[in-house]
Design a protein around this ligand. Sequence first.
Ligand SMILES: [Zn+2]
Length: 152
Amino acid sequence: MPEGRDPLVLDSMLGKLATYLRMCGYDAAYALDRGAEADDDLLALAETEGRRLLTRDRSLAGRREDAVLLTEREVPDQLRELSAAGFALELSDEPRYCGTCNAPVEPVDRTEPTPEYAPDPAETAVWRCRDCGQHFWKGSHWDDVAARLAAL
Ligand SMILES: [Zn+2]
């Protein structure tokens, strides 16, 4: 866990934001991936896994001391809110958590076969999600997100 990056859980309205936070190296669980749509389930998940709750629901935020209430609707605005709240928002040096499912990713060996959508690992560093098998690399999407974060 990189310094200053607490494990998080995001409510059902914050799915897109979760993907960004994972690219920044956060262990960012998403309510709907975890079957925790109801407030009580979400609070229980935060409690049992020691995750900080990010929510757009004011009354829910009031039920947990370290919760972060987000008021904005759009992801860039939400990222600005988090930055103002002291969250580190730079891409991690290497992908750590799957943007799709939040499981840890692992490096793909240079000689391993990769799916058609992914580059050749002999030429480009590629990572694979341990759970869902999605492959990641630092391509144009990575650069786009880096630029967007730098512009906050
Ligand atoms: Zn995955």
